[in-house]
Design a protein around this ligand. Structure first.
Ligand SMILES: [Zn+2]
Length: 231
């Protein structure tokens, strides 16, 4: 059942055919019928009398009236659609603001979020790689080779060798001549048995290639060294 037949009452159905007026005697023009459909013609106006007695005019009037009603329905649903969209945007913004205000409680996260996240792993560093002093070790475990990092400022999460203590750590990136090209300090925490810290490291000036990465607990813990491919 479509909307038109639903809105049509039996009296209207009858009137569509009851008063044929083949000569269109006394009919108002289309503009007047349009005004009537738009409810801009007073109920006292004698033109209404004609409408109730002229099926051709009544047919046109019903068409115009129903077309207006359809436009009104469409506009209303557009308004509701727009309101729903605005509401959705407002809710989304509110949620985002809630999330970011929660994050801003942590002073470091706002800065850290601006940089690409990366991970570097010292976990499983072999005993032979642990050396005291400034010299990086010559031997590295194959599993730890070729960890790739982007040549950008990165928010680096460093996983330390299993069993590493929590506390302050130092991280260094060295070239093949053992020049320290980048360094950072951070506080390591233990979570689910893994010791890790995060630090902002600027690798943006690094040429693509291999670099030594080493970390030690401050002030003078043993260095753990591995290799990173910066690309
Ligand atoms: Zn008429």
């Amino acid at each position: 059942m479509n909307h038109d037949s639903k809105s049509m009452d039996p009296l209207e159905e009858l009137m569509l055919r009851a008063y044929p007026n083949p000569t269109r005697n006394g009919c108002p023009d289309a503009q007047v019928l349009g005004s009537m459909a738009a409810k801009r013609v007073s109920r006292e106006d004698p033109v209404w009398e004609h409408l109730w007695k002229c099926s051709p005019c009544f047919v046109e009037f019903v068409k115009l009236r129903d077309a207006r009603a359809a436009i009104k329905r469409r506009n209303q649903s557009m308004i509701w659609g727009a309101l729903a969209a605005i509401l959705l945007i407002a809710v989304t913004l509110g949620i985002n603001r809630m999330i970011s205000s929660r994050h801003s409680d942590d002073p470091g996260s706002k800065v850290a979020n601006r940089y690409e996240a990366a991970v570097f792993n010292f976990e499983g560093t072999a005993e032979g790689e642990v050396v005291r002093g400034a010299e990086p070790p010559p031997v590295q475990s194959p599993a730890l080779q070729k960890q790739r990092l982007p040549a950008r400022v990165i928010n680096l999460t460093v996983y330390l060798a299993r069993g590493s203590d929590d506390g302050p750590y130092e991280l260094q990136f060295l070239d093949t001549k053992n020049n320290v090209l980048a360094s950072a300090t951070s506080k390591a925490l233990i979570d689910k048995g893994l010791t890790s810290f995060t630090a902002i490291v600027d690798l943006s000036k690094f040429l693509p290639g291999e670099y030594s990465v080493r970390s030690r607990m401050l002030p003078n813990g043993a260095w753990h060294t591995s290799t990173a491919i910066v690309e």
